[in-house]
Design a protein around this ligand. Sequence first.
Ligand code: GAP
Length: 514
Amino acid sequence: MAQQDDVFKKIVSHAKEYGFVFPSSEIYDGLSAVYDYGQNGVELKNNIKRYWWDAMTLLHENIVGIDSAIFMHPTIWKASGHVDAFNDPLIDNRDSKKRYRADVLIEDHLAKFDEKIDKETAKAAKRFGEAFDREQFLATSPRVAEIKAKRDALHERFAKAMNDSNLEELRQIIIDQEIVCPISGTRNWTEVRQFNLMFRTEMGSTADGAMSVYLRPETAQGIFVNYLNVQKTGRMRIPFGIAQIGKAFRNEIVARQFIFRMREFEQMEMQFFVRPGEELKWFAQWKEWRLRWHKALGLGDDKYRYHDHDKLAHYANAATDIEFLMPFGFKEVEGIHSRTDFDLSQHEKFSGKKIQYFDPELNQSYTPYVIETSIGVDRMFLSVLCSSYEEEQLENGETRVVLHLPAPLAPVKCAVLPLVRKDGLPEKAREIVDELKFDFATHYEEKDAIGKRYRRQDAIGTPFCITVDHQTLEDNTVTLRERDSMAQTRVPVDSLHALIHDRVSLAALLRKLR
Ligand code: GAP
């Protein structure tokens, strides 16, 4: 675990050093859980968004996009349930004055039981050596059984308290389990209170009677309230989907793990409107399509898993997360939810407007059911970054830090490097840049030794380096260096475009989804 923590720290500092992610307002000592994307980060992020957007809107004739405003009528959040129920249970430690999410304190405590089981297993493996059978040990060890029983009992009690929104019981669990504040080390806890995660602000001048509005905590509601507009103007027939990418804001109590949990983040959400009764078929279909979208990137199939929800929100009849193996464990990157007709019905009720679909095939009107796919851009960015980062030991004893980014997502696709800064090589290199730059993000670099320049491009994940040398002036060929293998081949300048396109084109990636 400590080793994984170390790797994660290195990834965070690499992200800063190479212009991917900066802490927000850094010269003013930063702003907690808010981050800025730098010159390479914004390109990687845009490429992720483009991959998602094109997969939704180009590959599905029945999905269209919108871009709704962040500010919306405040009643929307009443209708959606966010005003009353978008809460986290918080608790303060009186000594450290630190605030925690009560559920997270308990979840972290539950994780300690698993750590204990891991320790027992490691001890036994050492004792039995080669003959050790892990499965058998876990099934038969009385000590493991004892720890598991305690964990399961606690988990059941915790799940019930969360289900019943029983704040006193949550506090009691913290007391009974003797959970201490990680800062003060004491158990001097306040009561548990509900904390609404929405940011509120005022719209209009106070003299006119300002209205309280919220920064949207999800983009989905912008889609629901535009359902009729899109369906009518686009003459959409069910089943159809509406996709949107945009900022969302949550006043997270515990914001941690870098860009994993932020207060301002970006979502890519798609609401798919279907006939009532067909929602579970479409839910299964979207589960499969979305996992295929992730896996096509080639980050490693074993790094994904579904986490089906046992506990469903009152409006959902199925929900699953796609989890990705981050350096700090399997974590949710995307949620797929079968939200029934809850949202459209609520907006119908609160707005007084009829929100129905007339189905010409069934010759009847109904409120469509909805399958939602909701993925955080920043979490997707983090999964790509973490799985691409490698400190590679080279045969010559050196270490190179390389980002094995999927080529279509890489911020820079190729770098053109004149071997020396004289003899007409820079001019020739510029000529090549001028040809390639219309189709590919192309860097030109002439400073430092060629090896150093290669390393800089490796560190930002550039798939190709093109080196221009004296031979180039004679036969119009260059050296093409591939990032992952570091293989160098001599190729004609005229073939560069096709060679690069083959590897970096988003279309090739999208074709894998067919
Ligand atoms: N409309 C449904 C919805 O918003 P969610 O599970 O609350 O569902 C969807 O959020 C996705 O948004 C998550 O899977 C995650 O990727 C991302 N997300 C949620 N909260 C986040 C936060 N504080 N920071 C970064 N990403 C977040």
